[in-house]
Design a binder for this molecule. Structure first.
Ligand code: PHE
Length: 457
């Protein structure tokens, strides 16, 4: 079987696919939104620290596990630790994929709707009026069928890409879309910076005011670093499993992290420069769907800028969504012997149905998590970013340190590297920090929820 496994066509293709997974709604919507609400630059700094300390070592760990085993997460853990419970870390990843894609697909649908609103000049009447933009947004997401219609289209595109395979689908589209995302976002950032008053947005994002930083924003930054790098659910294990032995994994991981971070920063620059230049409120919730539609029409050529923004956001969301669905598809191919087409269509459909309930919970009538005091949509986001991904990531780090062994890990990591700059000590320290920090944060959260005890304030 293993010699028939699909492979990436090129090194660049793999890096673009993996960074396509990383770069998504998390970078362009969540990051600026979180930074806006948590003191801007102070949050940015903590976020960067989390990415480079915790994120980097785990991206490498996932790539190494995937390439060594040539299997998706469940099979990978089973192969390295046969007959143990470690395969449950893999199952946790597959479960996370269901949870994340269900709400992610809904947002993908919103983005498609916003492309249409923008192209048809619908932002014009919202110029300078975030309240009007907010009611357009809320009316749309609170509807019953319209958001689901767009979610179904988004999920169908996603299924179609995956059915076309690793090289003919995922890699091909990532190679087309990633460069476009970078170019379009770069253009938007330059446009924003050249607006009078735009530079204030830059200092909001990069000049720290530490008094704004709270423990909960640190927790948020850590959870988000998993989400934005697609870590903790085996996406990078799955993508790594389609690699041959030539690739330098450290170098690839650095590329993925650099691209992901650069795009989050560019998105922040583009958004905050425009928001400040046009006097909008940087802390407003749901910024890209509410603030931006009122900001774009105030720019010359606003319809074009607005449309380009939502098109690039669509591409970013799509390259991430396919990586999430691929984890599920690969599980059924590797472990159950299903065909790619059958696995993708069946589970794409199941996830779309669960996603419909996320959408309904925004006001469309049914909210199955009413008893928790939050919408099903928010619950799925909360569950995955705060618990499932960090726990998955922490267990992956513990797995390498305690079960598989750092020596085996390094042996695989060194394949494809010209000179070895990795030392056992560095790996142990980095993975150790990742496991400890995440473990501490999770314990803090659980104690807080269960007993109201906060170890950190
Ligand atoms: N990294 C993606 C984003 O930032 C989301 C994602 C999470 C993708 C987990 C795959 C796995 O939008």
């Amino acid at each position: 079987m293993s010699n028939q496994r699909e492979q990436w066509g090129s090194k660049l293709g793999f890096i673009l696919a993996a960074s396509g997974s990383a770069v998504g709604i998390g970078n362009i919507w969540k990051f600026p939104h979180m930074a806006g609400q948590n003191g801007g630059a102070a949050f940015t700094l903590v976020y960067l620290a989390c990415i480079f300390v915790v994120g980097l070592s785990l991206v490498i760990a996932e790539f190494v596990i995937g390439r060594r085993t040539q299997l998706s997460p469940v099979g990978a853990f089973e192969k390295l630790a046969p007959g143990t419970n470690w395969k449950w870390v893999g199952f946790l990843g597959v479960a996370s994929a269901f949870v994340i894609l269900s709400f992610y697909g809904v947002v993908g649908g919103w983005i498609m709707k916003y492309i249409i609103i923008s192209v048809t000049g619908g932002f014009k009447e919202l110029a300078g009026d975030p309240a009007a933009a907010s009611s357009v947004f809320n009316n749309f997401i609170n509807g019953t069928w319209s958001p689901i219609f767009f979610q179904v289209i988004f999920m169908t595109v996603c299924i179609w890409v995956i059915v076309n395979g690793v090289k003919g689908g995922i890699e091909k589209w990532s190679k087309i879309m990633m460069p476009l995302i970078i170019i379009l976002l770069g253009a938007l950032a330059v446009r924003g910076m050249t607006l009078p008053g735009g530079m204030e947005g830059i200092s909001f994002l990069f000049k720290p005011r530490f008094e704004d930083l709270t423990a909960s924003s640190v927790v948020l930054a850590l959870g988000h670093s998993f989400f934005t790098l697609s870590l903790g659910m085996g996406t990078m294990i799955t993508y790594g499993s389609y690699l041959g032995r030539k690739q330098n994994l450290l170098n690839s991981a650095l590329w993925v992290i650099a691209l992901d971070t650069a795009i989050a920063m560019l998105a922040g620059i583009a958004i905050f420069t425009m928001v400040f230049a046009l006097g909008a409120n940087p802390e407003a919730g749901n910024g890209i769907f509410v603030v931006l539609p009122s900001v774009f029409p105030q720019l010359p050529g606003g319809t074009v800028w607005g449309t380009l923004f939502f098109v690039l956001l669509f591409m970013a969301a799509l390259t991430s969504a396919i990586s999430i669905l691929e984890v599920v598809t690969a599980y059924f191919i590797d472990q159950k012997g299903w065909t790619r087409k059958k696995a993708t269509i069946q589970f794409g459909l199941v996830i779309t149905i669960v996603g419909a309930f996320c959408s309904f919970s925004m006001g469309g009538g049914i909210n199955i998590t009413e008893f928790l005091g939050m919408s099903f949509f928010d619950f799925m986001d909360y569950l995955s970013s705060k618990y499932m991904l960090p726990i998955g990531g922490m267990l992956t780090a513990i797995f390498v340190l305690k079960k598989w062994g750092v020596d085996h890990f390094i042996e695989e990591l060194k394949i494809g590297m010209d000179k070895s700059i990795v030392s056992k000590e560095i790996i142990i320290v980095l993975l150790g920090i990742a496991a400890t920090v995440v473990g501490f944060i999770i314990i803090n959260e659980v104690l807080d929820i269960a007993f109201g005890i906060k170890l950190i304030q």
